[in-house]
Design a protein around this ligand. Sequence first.
Ligand SMILES: Nc1ncnc2c1ncn2[C@@H]1O[C@H](COP(=O)(O)OP(=O)(O)OP(=O)(O)O)[C@@H](O)[C@H]1O
Length: 599
Amino acid sequence: MIISDQQKKAISHKNGPALVLAVPGSGKTTVLLNRIIYLNNTQSVEYKQILNLTFSKTQATDMKTRFDSMTSNNKAVFSTIHAFAFNVIKLFSKKYKINLKLIEGNNIFNKYKLLKRIFYENYKSPPSNDDLDYFFANYSLMKNNMLNIDNFNSNHFINIAIKYEDYKKKNNLFDFDDMLTYAYNILKNNDDILRIIKRNYKYFQLDEGQDASLIQFKILELIAYPENNIYILADDDQSIYSFRGANPEYLLKINSIFKDIKYYYLNKNYRSTKDIVMLSDYIIKNNKERYLKTVESHNDEKTPIQIIKVKNIETQNIFISNKIFKLNNKENLAILFRNNISAYAIAFDLIKNKIQFNKRLNFNNNSLNIVLQDLNNIIDFALDNSNLELFKSIYYKLNLYLKKDYIYGLNIGFNKSILDTILDDSYIKEYQKELVENLKFVLDKVVNLNLYNSIKLIFEELGYIEYISKHFENIPIKYIQEIILYFAKDYNTINELLKAFKNIESTLKNKNFNTSNIFISTIHQSKGLEYDNVLLIDLVDGEFPIYSDKASNLEEERRLFYVGITRAKKQLYLVFPKYRYNTKVKPSKFFNEIKKINK
Ligand SMILES: Nc1ncnc2c1ncn2[C@@H]1O[C@H](COP(=O)(O)OP(=O)(O)OP(=O)(O)O)[C@@H](O)[C@H]1O
C-alpha cells in the first residue's frame, strides 16, 4: 500500500489538537496506526504513552491486530472509552479503598433485575422488556449528554430513575453508563488520579469520533489539558448512534473549544468502485447538518448499482439464495438491514438450506417474540376454552371491551367454557356479546384449520392486530404478520413453529462460523467493515427510513443508509419488497433520491 500525500499530511501531525475528517474507506485506521509509529520515530513518544480509543471492543481488537502486523512493538495501548473509564474508577477505588461494584452482566447485582424490582415496588406489576429497554435508553441518553433527572418531563421516568440512582449510591454500585460520569467526576475532582493518567499518557487518538457523546469528549478534554494532544478521526456522515447519545454537533463546533485545532481531510475512497462512491456521495448531500466534503474514488471500475424489486419476503429470500449460490469462494457477501427482525426471515432459509453464515446483530427487538407468544396463548385457549389463566393472559389483547374486575371475578363451572359463561351472563352488553360470539366463532374454526390458516384468521378476524399496533409504537406489524405466516407454512402446530423460532434465535445468538464468507448484519453493526458484495434489503418506506416528525431523524436515517451503501467494495444491490402481508407498500424514500441521479 502506498500512503497517499493526503494520508501522509494527516499522519505527520505533531502536537496540539487535530480533526481528521474523512470519507468512508479513506484509510482512517491506517492513518491512526501510522501516526503512532510517526510520533515514536520523530517525536520520541513512547508507544505506551499514546492512548488509542475507540467504541467497541471489536474495533479496539481489530486496531491492535492491524498494529501488531505493522510493528513488533506491542506496547501501544488500544482501548474502548468505557474500558478506559473503568480503569479510572478502579484506580480511584483502590486508592480510596471504596469498593465500587459493576452491575452489568450476569452477576447477582444485574441492573435489569434491580430495575424490575423497582418497577414492581412502584406499580405492583412487572415491567415488560420494552419498558426496561425504554427506561435504559433514556437513562443512557441522560448520562451521555450530561443531563439531570429533572431535565426530563416524564414523571414516570423521574420516579424510577431517582429510585434506581438512590439504590446504586447506597450500595456502591455503578452501571455501564455511570462508568463515564463516575470517571469524569473522579478526574475532575481528584487531582491525584488525573495526574496519574497524565503521567501515563501524553497523546490521545480517538477513532470513529462521530460516535462520541458529550461526556466522552469532556473526559478527553480533561485528560489532554493543557497540551491538548488530541487527534480525532471522524466522518460526521457516519454518525449513527444519536439514540445512544452520540453528538456530532460537538465535532461541528470543535473549533470553538480548541481555537488552534488543525483540520486534515481524507477524501479518497480506496474501498469502493466509482459507482458506489458516486451514489453514496449523491445521497448524503441531501443532509444539511454536515461538513461539506468532496469525494474521489481510487477504483475507477464500473459496477452499476442494481435496484431489485421483489414481491415479498419469500421472493427476497429467493433472490438472496441465488446470489449466495453464485458467489465464488474468493469473495464475501453481506446482507445488511435496518432492523434486527430482518435477520429472522433470512436465517430461516439459510438454516433450512444448511448454509453457514456469520452474523452481527444487536438483540433488543422482541416484538416478534411477543406476537408469537400471544398466538401460542390464543391457539392454546382455542383448544382449552375452560382455562381461565390462559384467558386472563389474552382477553385484553382481543378488544373485547371486558373489564379486568369482571374477568377476574368470573365464576366458571367445572369444565365449562369461559366464553359460554360470559355469553350466558344477562348483564353483559349487546356489543360485548357480539365480540365474544365472534371470538368463539373464530376459535372454533382455529381448532380445525391448519396452522397457517389459523394464524391468518386470528390476524384478520380478531382485534389482536389493532391492539398490538396501538400498544407498541413503531412496530412493523405487517412485516411481523408476513414473517410469521412465512414460517407457519412449514409447520403443523404452533409448538413446532415456536421450537423452530427458538432454534433460529439461538443460531443468531451463537458464535460465528469464521470460515463462512456470508454475513448477515444490521447496518449499525457493519460500521467500519467492508464486503465485496452487499445486499441492502427490506428497503420499505416507514421501515427505512422509519417515520419520525423530526427532520434530524431523517438525516440520521440517511446517514445509516450511507453507512450501509459504503460497506460495498464491488457490487451493491438495493432490494425493495413491494408487498408486506399482501398490502402494497412504498419503496424507501431514498429511492427517490437515487432516481434523480439517473436523470
Ligand atoms: N493508500 C492506500 N492505498 C490503497 N489502499 C488503501 C490505502 N489506504 C487505505 N486503503 C484500504 O482502503 C480500505 C479502507 O480503509 P479503512 O478501513 O482504514 O477505511 P476507513 O476510513 O476506516 O473506512 P470507514 O470509515 O468506512 O470505516 C482498506 O481496505 C484499506 O486497506
